[in-house]
Design a protein around this ligand. Structure first.
Ligand SMILES: Cc1cc2nc3c(=O)[nH]c(=O)nc-3n(C[C@H](O)[C@H](O)[C@H](O)COP(=O)(O)OP(=O)(O)OC[C@H]3O[C@@H](n4cnc5c(N)ncnc54)[C@H](O)[C@@H]3O)c2cc1C
Length: 457
């Protein structure tokens, strides 16, 4: 009997687990609550109209089509029975099915954290999923449209004020992009407002933006942002958010209200609910962000059949970045190959830090690789190369290169379509009440024994 390997999550961790399992006879099932693998580092470019969603999201089953032993399922894992080694998977809109495993790899990532204030999410969407990026796109471009027809100058000013909470890479990238959008792309398109008047406020409780890049690059990033026209507010804690703005307590302890038509949340992550479910099922420990603490071989203590990898794992303070997810995924795939072949495995996971990069604006990015720190144009060219290398699929790489060429040389952004339909932050296709009752499956459908129908092509 081939071993049954279930991989939860079709992100970088899940994808690289399957790659590491290449050549295995195991029956592999990848289950994800979405049907696509998402290149999260470029979400902000979808939100700001540079790239289309298809350029950063590829169907998981398309990526797996050459792996005849891999089956792909769309559903959300909601329960783990570590004794019977069975998962419960909820189908979109309702109903669930069971899935058994011999080996389980959990690569379910993290979600946005509002630091105990989940009520902020309604007015300040975060950016983790494709739906988030499209919602932010609607809010950004919609704000300029609203400003154009506002007769009250105060209302117009409010629509032209964009507040970002969190000055890490995502906040900095979005802040730079909004100013570029306003001062270049939209500048000549509006007749009744000057989009260049758009204010971008960046709030963070720390000392400097992009602090993870070290003081030198952080200083360069701050200078670049200021020259773009971003108002940086460090040592600032957001204490309330509503539909018209936010309250911020600064370093002196005084609280100020800022009127802003758009508030975006780019601070903090926490493990998704699945981490708590897993911890309870197998007695695993969680860190402060809810991530699962793992052994040096990425397995859960006491459960050699369960590995937790990527963003959802907690090991020696490794950061939640794509490279960690890829390397832990590949390592786990290789380890499971050894288990399958009955070989002993005593190699602990060792992370090779390949550095990190953040985009600020056209011609400006920061890149940190070991002792090499790049900024300005050199940093930007390196950023371009790194992202082209890691973007999934040749077509997407070629498409992104062409789009960037047009965007950077002609200041045009073509991917600006957005729907006027109300999208509800924090709601998705797994929320049952978004579906009519008839669409809810009445009973649990066991999925055991359904063989993957893929063939090699
Ligand atoms: C906006 C943004 C920008 C980023 N920029 C960078 C960058 O520049 N450089 C960098 O190195 N990293 C960056 N990252 C981080 C990087 O994307 C992550 O470290 C990486 O995606 C983690 O991979 P993962 O496989 O652990 O999780 P993910 O890629 O998040 O994949 C997790 C998958 O699990 C699925 N899932 C979750 N819960 C369940 C469930 N219960 N059942 C079934 N499926 C589930 C999700 O749908 C998702 O597909 C960025 C992240 C974001 C959000």
């Amino acid at each position: 009997m081939p071993r049954r390997v279930v991989v939860i999550g079709g992100g970088f961790g899940g994808l690289f687990t399957v790659r590491g399992l290449h050549g295995s006879d195991a029956e592999i099932t990848v289950v994800d609550r979405a049907a696509h693998h998402l290149f999260q580092p470029l979400l902000y470019q979808v939100a700001t109209g540079v790239l289309s969603e298809g350029q950063i999201a590829v169907p998981v089953r398309d990526l797996m089509r050459r792996h005849s032993n891999v089956d792909c399922l769309v559903g959300e894992v909601t329960a783990v029975d570590a004794t019977s080694r069975t998962l419960t998977v909820e189908r979109p809109g309702g109903g669930d099915f069971g899935l058994s495993y011999d080996d389980l790899v959990v690569a379910a990532g993290v979600r946005q954290s509002y630091f105990g204030h989940d009520e902020f999410a309604q007015h300040a969407p975060g950016m983790k999923t494709l739906a988030d990026a499209l919602l932010i796109r609607r809010r950004l471009f919609g704000a300029f449209e609203m400003a154009q027809t506002a007769s009250d100058p105060l209302e117009r000013q409010r629509w032209l004020t964009f507040a970002l909470v969190g000055a890490g890479p995502t906040g900095v990238e979005l802040a730079g992009q909004i100013r570029e959008l306003a001062t270049h792309t939209l500048k000549r398109e509006f007749r009744r407002i000057d989009p260049g008047e758009a204010r971008v406020l960046l709030f963070d409780g720390g000392d400097e933006p992009l602090a993870v890049f070290g003081p030198r690059l952080a200083g360069k990033a701050a200078t670049a942002l200021t020259s773009l026209g971003v108002d940086i507010h460090m040592h600032s804690l957001v204490t309330a958010v509503d539909e018209n703005g936010l309250l911020v307590r600064d370093g002196t302890g005084s609280t100020t209200r800022y009127e802003a038509g758009t508030v975006l949340w780019t601070a903090g992550v926490e493990a998704p609910p699945l981490a708590g479910v897993l911890a309870e099922a197998c007695g695993a420990e969680q860190d402060r962000a809810g991530r699962i603490k793992v052994n040096d071989d990425l397995t859960v203590p006491g459960h050699p059949e369960i590995s937790v990898i990527g963003d959802m794992m907690s090991l020696k303070g490794l950061p939640g970045v794509a490279e960690v997810a890829m390397q832990t995924g590949f390592y786990t795939g290789r380890r499971l190959r050894a288990v399958e072949a009955g070989r002993a495995w005593d190699k602990p996971f060792h992370y090779r830090d390949l550095g990190s990069a953040a985009y600020i604006s056209r011609g400006r990015a920061v890149v940190s690789v070991g002792r090499v720190h790049l900024a300005g144009l050199v940093g930007w060219v390196s950023w371009l190369g790194i992202h082209l290398m890691f973007l999934t699929g040749f077509r997407n790489r070629a498409g992104a290169l062409l789009t960037w060429g047009l965007t950077f040389s002609r200041e045009r952004r073509r991917e600006r379509a957005f729907s006027m339909q109300a999208l509800l932050p924090g709601r998705d296709i797994y929320d049952r009440d978004l579906f009519p009752p008839a669409a809810v499956a009445p009973e649990r459908v066991p999925l055991e024994g359904i063989a993957p129908a893929h063939t090699d092509d």
